[in-house]
Design a protein around this ligand. Structure first.
Ligand code: SF4
Ligand code: SF4
Length: 246
């Protein structure tokens, strides 16, 4: 990925994806499809299930070798040539709530925070895979137009909230978390319905200064809960680093 050309929002690329194209659905299988917390919120809402049901049925998780944090990936369907569980003959069955990386494809957004700096560097790359015939279509886009058309912005905004946790962990110098910490991270960042129960049963909201309105929102708004969960994890796991910064 690091050898690919860095593109700005005004750079252009030629591409179109449409039903009827010979490679239709070819990109929806044999994937290492990472899911972010916000992807899970959108997918569970689309499928009208709890986070626990979604995670058990459709995902697997491991510790990311680079981040050292729990990572959730979509389980491909073994008996169907490792197809994504959501692909059908007619295309993606969760299209309005498809994950951020599916939306932005064939682009990828790279975001990098330099050591000891708050500002992030951000750029895009085009991923040209041999099976994808979309690059032979005549339509041209700027990166900005493609992003807008695919509704990527809210996904990036939510996903960027995790950057703080990653940089706190990097600054801590720890290569990984303890088993208990991994469980807490998984609970707060992925298993939202179980985390909601814990927030209210164990009064976890007392750990942070929280306004009455936000507290009410935690009871039913998954995005509010995700924002709270990220702040809670920062405090629970990296209190020492936060104190050094204060
Ligand atoms: S979620 Fe939808 S777009 Fe993404 S890989 Fe699965 S079927 Fe394809
Ligand atoms: S392989 Fe490329 S052109 Fe074909 S369906 Fe997937 S994204 Fe579209």
């Amino acid at each position: 990925m690091k050898d690919l050309q860095k593109l700005t929002l005004d750079d252009t690329f030629q591409f179109a994806c449409r039903p009827g194209i010979e490679c239709f659905n070819r990109c929806c299988g044999d994937l290492n499809q990472f899911l972010t917390p916000y992807d899970i919120i959108r997918l569970k809402r689309n499928l009208k299930c709890t986070s626990g049901e979604f995670l058990n049925r459709y995902t697997t998780h491991h510790i990311g070798p680079r981040s050292g944090l729990p990572v959730v990936t979509l389980k491909m369907v073994q008996r169907e040539n490792l197809r994504c569980p959501f692909v059908s003959e007619a295309g993606c069955t969760v299209y309005p709530d498809r994950p951020g990386s599916c939306r932005i494809y064939p682009l990828a957004r790279i975001i990098q925070r330099k050591p000891n700096q708050d500002a992030c560097e951000e750029w895009h790359v085009v991923i040209r895979e041999p099976h994808c015939l979309g690059f032979e279509e005549p339509r041209g886009w700027t990166i900005r137009e493609w992003r807008q058309g695919q509704g990527v912005n809210p996904y990036d905004e939510m996903n960027d909230l995790l950057m703080d946790i990653i940089s706190l962990k990097n600054r801590s110098g720890r290569t990984g978390l303890t088993d208990r910490e991994n469980e807490l991270f998984y609970l707060a960042c992925y298993d939202f319905d179980r985390f909601r129960d814990a927030v209210f049963e164990k009064r976890l909201w007392e750990a942070l200064p929280i306004e009455e309105e936000v507290l009410k929102a935690l009871a039913e708004d998954d995005v509010a809960l995700m924002r709270f969960g990220i702040e809670w994890i920062k405090k629970e796991l990296f209190a020492e680093e936060l104190e050094k910064e204060a």
